[in-house]
Design a protein around this ligand. Structure first.
Ligand code: ATP
Ligand code: CA
Length: 940
């Protein structure tokens, strides 16, 4: 049976994510025979609608692409003509703006450098939208801007109302057939038995139908509300802007024309705009134009389009068009059409439903044939074959209704729907527990995860970083508490101190900003925040430091380079480069060091060894270590590059980032549940090991490896070492991807991956389930993830796995329940039809049972919260059969037991219960029905 089912289910397989359209279409085709499309395909992607939207999207993209190419080509030929000749509308003039919204929008979206120049370049535009690039817009005129230039929102389709769901639920083929039966039954009943007795049967059916429809519609409607909320949650994106002279975070929906937005790697460009200033800013326009090559954005090419992504670098932009005035807005309108992909379980259960449906159909036909033949034979025996009364017609109609109802009950169309219900329920609960599940299938996959490759920073640790120790001038100093430090305490010379402060404040993407109350706060990544806080602790003045110098070039940090450098022109003359980053990497770029007296001395081998010891010492105490270095270059040095060697090492800082409370227990839970935990981090190997040991991830020192070393291995070597790898340090994003791919392909593991950076996107995409960090994660990471962990906490990830397992078990329970009901309902009706010529369960009763199963049963069984026992057994392996052997045993055992009980009642019930009189049979049938329902409810 198991094999047979699995064989038949072969075709009902889709991937948990990125399923091919062919696979999605294949199974849909297979269910045509017994399909009741309205019911079966509820909440399942509408492929036609979707591919239509896809086509439309491609068309828009192509148009944008061609337009961009044309504009680029045209630019070279056209010279600037006279000033633009158009009149401002009164509205714009009264609001003190100098440019029309459409004109402004078309400059950027048309990449029209000529018209931009006519308006006086970016500064000119800034003046015309009444904003200073340093101060940003003022909150008091935001509403005027919104009135004239529009809101940063996209038109959305109006949500579906409750009555639409009712209408949908009514489109059910079987329900329609039953409705017709009911109406006929009422008609015939009234004609033969009169009012009100003739109404009973028919109105009973009608009432059940109304109930089924209502319950279905309510459940669907609530689901749609939930998805809408999820959608809103998904779209909550914040960007950093300068407003009222302060840098602050603002929701992208609150952006207005004139806003000054700060962009950094991994951000999504939130509106159309012009570059004010930036460093090595590279934009990925593929979401908009389909073009894969990144585009450089610089002064001569300052156009930024909404919806594109920052691939590298950083910059400030002036917003020029928002909402539906951008191409992105038009694209968003066609987005998300046609719904979500179905999950593998939904499809598999559709397969189960189809097979059972066919069996049910056969039985229904058989039952009808048997009943009808018996009836005809009896009639023939009584020689009344030619004598037809309306009661006879009614009887036949009743037989037909029974047959239809058997199909309704036998085709477990509730199965796929129960998956949706169960997943949606888990999704909702998880949202409350700080995990945002982006697609239904993610929850399902998470239940069978066998390996988690987790980040370190922020996930296992708190991400509250504080400088804890510093090595400077060959001495180690502890930095404890919040007391400010001066140079005497650090025992360093004034010269060294001032270089240190510059190294901290000038070479940073973070910024010290004043909040409304004038208090200092820092906007930036935790590592940089820690450094700036340290600088403030030393009594440094961020603004003053920044004002003194001219920054010539910045190479922002990214996970591949693992360092950040700047080139600055010093106020006292001369040009200096600063570099900070991963300790070993920066150390290898140095050839001098400041010794105990502050003298710059060559970096001898012995000194390198000593410093390496210091670094490893810091790292072994679980500190993140960074080296700060500088290099003076002469005036002839090209201003568009930053040296890569010949630096002088200033200091090694150790930054403390404690392990999150509860992580150790969560790791233990995973291990008990047969889930391997691997740490993949960009940090130093000693730091990684120290943290991994503390969390209980690393059990033996030799199970740690460095990313570059791993990637050098051959496939065979990988096969040997991968099972043992517990920590991978100094990993580049490609190493992470490599590990994930091998784990999946070589070992068939179901891999969950966490990530925060832009470069984690490929690994997140490739994994079975990608988890992005909600707090520290970039937009790009989130977009490629299946789940967003809103508190970045490892324990939350374990929670998702637990819910995933609960979903699986609950659905198994439901399937077992439903299959038993099917078998019993089929057999009892068929057998008694054959033997006694009547069905003990009437159409109304069968409908009732169906409703209990489809909706209430699903609600009760599919939404049971997880218990801890779930995490004490190994994960379900890939490709395991969904209906397990014990389940078959239960189904068969339960069915036999119930059939015996019901059989005895049916054939011996009258004697047993001492039923006499004219209504004995109907009383008995009622008893049978109640026992049937009771049997189902008792089952678990
Ligand atoms: N802003 C920065 N400037 C310079 N170097 C940095 C900066 N942030 C981190 N680093 C260095 O880069 C290393 C981390 O690189 P990476 O971003 O790949 O790891 P991560 O994502 O922070 O770590 P994890 O994978 O554990 O989350 C750190 O060890 C640190 O030495
Ligand atoms: Ca990371």
């Amino acid at each position: 049976m198991d094999k047979l089912l699995n064989l038949n289910l072969k075709e009902f397989e889709v991937e948990p994510k990125h399923s091919s359209e062919a696979a999605l279409r294949r199974w849909r085709k297979l269910v045509t025979i017994v399909k009741n499309p309205r019911r079966r395909f509820r909440m399942i992607a509408n492929l036609d609608k979707r591919s239509e939207a896809e086509q439309q999207k491609l068309k828009i993209k192509e148009k944008i692409r061609v337009a961009l190419i044309v504009q680029k080509a045209a630019l070279q030929f056209i010279d600037a003509a006279g000033p633009p000749e158009y009149k401002l509308t009164n509205e714009v003039r009264e609001a003190n703006f100098g440019i029309e919204p459409d004109e402004l929008a078309s400059i950027v979206h048309g990449h029209d450098i000529k018209r931009l120049r006519l308006h006086g370049g970016v500064e000119g535009i800034a003046r015309k939208v009444a904003v200073s690039p340093d101060e940003g817009v003022y909150s008091d005129n935001i509403s005027t801007r919104q009135k004239i230039y529009g809101l940063n929102c996209y038109t959305e389709k109006p949500p579906r109302t409750f009555w639409m769901f009712v209408w949908d639920a009514l489109q059910d083929l079987t329900l329609i057939v039953l409705m017709v039966c009911a109406v006929i039954s009422i008609g015939v009943g009234l004609a033969t038995e009169g009012w009100p007795k003739g109404m009973y049967d028919g109105s009973g059916i009608l009432l059940s139908i109304i109930l089924v429809v209502l319950v279905t519609a309510i459940s669907d409607y609530r689901q749609s509300l939930q998805f809408r909320e999820l959608d809103r949650e998904k779209k909550k994106i914040y960007v950093q802007v300068t407003r009222d002279g302060r840098r602050q975070k603002v929701s992208i929906y609150d952006l207005v024309v004139g806003d000054v937005v700060h962009l950094s790697i991994g951000d999504q460009v939130p509106a159309d705009g012009l570059l004010i200033s930036g460093y090595s800013l590279q934009i990925d326009e593929s979401t908009l134009s389909g073009e894969i090559d990144p585009v450089d954005i610089y002064e001569q090419h300052p156009f930024l389009l909404s919806g594109t992504k920052v691939r590298d670098g950083s910059g400030k932009m002036l917003v020029t068009a928002v909402g539906m005035r951008t191409e992105w807005g038009k694209l968003m309108e066609t987005l998300n059409e046609g719904g979500e992909d179905e999950t593998p379980l939904q499809v598999k259960l559709n397969g189960v439903a189809t097979i059972i449906g066919k069996i049910g159909l056969t039985f229904a036909v058989l039952t009808f044939v048997v009943l009808a033949v018996r009836f005809l034979v009896e009639k023939a025996l009584q020689n009344e074959f030619t004598n037809w009364s309306s009661t006879d017609a009614l009887t036949l109609l009743n037989y037909f209704a029974i047959a239809v109802t058997i199909i309704v009950v036998a085709v477990p169309e509730g199965l796929p729907l129960a998956v949706t219900l169960s997943l949606a329920f888990a999704m909702k609960q998880l949202m409350a527990e700080r995990a945002l599940v982006r697609h239904l299938s993610a929850c399902e996959t998470m239940g069978s995860v066998s390996c988690i490759c987790t980040d370190k920073t922020g996930t296992l640790t708190t991400n509250h970083m504080v400088v804890n120790r510093i090595w400077i001038c060959e001495k180690i100093k502890d930095i404890s508490g919040n007391e400010s430090k001066n140079l005497d305490e650090l025992e360093i010379s004034e010269g060294v101190f001032s270089v240190l402060l510059r190294a901290i404040f000038l070479n940073s993407s973070a910024e010290v900003v004043k909040d409304e109350k004038g208090k200092n706060s820092i906007l930036g990544t935790p590592t940089e925040t820690a450094l700036l806080e340290f600088g403030l602790l030393l009594g440094g003045d961020h603004d003053a430091q920044r004002r003194q110098v001219k920054i010539l070039k910045v190479e922002p940090f990214n996970s591949c380079r693992k360092k950040m450098s700047v080139l600055v022109a010093l106020p006292e003359g001369g040009i200096r480069a600063f570099c900070k980053g991963a300790s070993e990497i920066v150390l290898s770029m140095c050839d001098k060091v400041a010794d105990y007296s502050g003298e710059l001395v060559p970096l001898s081998e012995e000194r390198v060894r000593n410093i390496t010891d210091v670094i490893n010492g810091f790292a072994s105490e679980a500190l993140r270590t960074l080296c700060l270095a500088f290099k003076d270059v002469d005036d002839t040095y090209p201003k568009n590059s930053i040296p890569e060697s010949g630096y002088t090492l200033m200091a090694v800082v150790g930054i403390k980032d404690p392990v999150r409370p509860g992580v150790k227990e969560a790791v233990q839970t995973c291990l008990a549940a047969g889930i391997t935990v691997r740490m993949v981090t960009g940090d130093n190997i000693y730091t990684a090991k120290a943290i991994a040991k503390e969390c209980g991830i690393l059990t033996a020192d030799e199970n740690a490896i460095q990313g570059p070393e791993f990637s050098r291995k051959s496939l065979d070597e990988m096969r040997d070492i991968i099972p043992n790898i517990q920590v991978m340090a100094r990993s580049k994003p490609m190493d992470k991807l490599n590990l994930v791919n091998q784990l999946r392909n070589m070992f068939g593991e179901v891999v969950a991956v966490t990530g925060d950076g832009t470069n984690d996107a490929p690994a997140l995409h490739q994994s079975d389930i990608g988890l992005a960090m909600g707090v520290a994660g970039t937009e790009v990471a989130k977009e490629n993830a299946d789940v967003i962990v809103m508190d970045d906490n490892f324990a939350t990830i374990v929670n998702v796995a637990k819910w995933g397992r609960a979903v699986y078990i609950n659905i198994q329970k439901f399937v077992q329940f439903q299959l038993t009901v099917n078998v019993v309902a089929l057999v009892i009706n068929f057998v008694s039809a054959c033997i006694s010529g009547s069905a003990p369960l009437t159409a109304v009763q069968l409908l009732w049972v169906n409703m209990i199963m489809d909706t209430l049963g699903a609600l009760a069984l599919a939404t049971e919260p997880p218990n801890d026992a779930l995490m004490k057994r190994p994960p379900v392996p890939r490709g395991a059969s969904f209906i397990t052997k014990p389940m078959w045993r239960n189904i068969i055992g339960q069915s036999i037991y119930q059939l015996i009980v019901l059989g005895v009642l049916k054939f011996d019930g009258k004697q047993l219960l001492r039923l006499t009189g004219s209504d004995a049979t109907s009383v008995l049938n009622t008893v049978i029905f109640n026992s049937f329902v009771f049997c189902q409810l008792n089952m678990d």
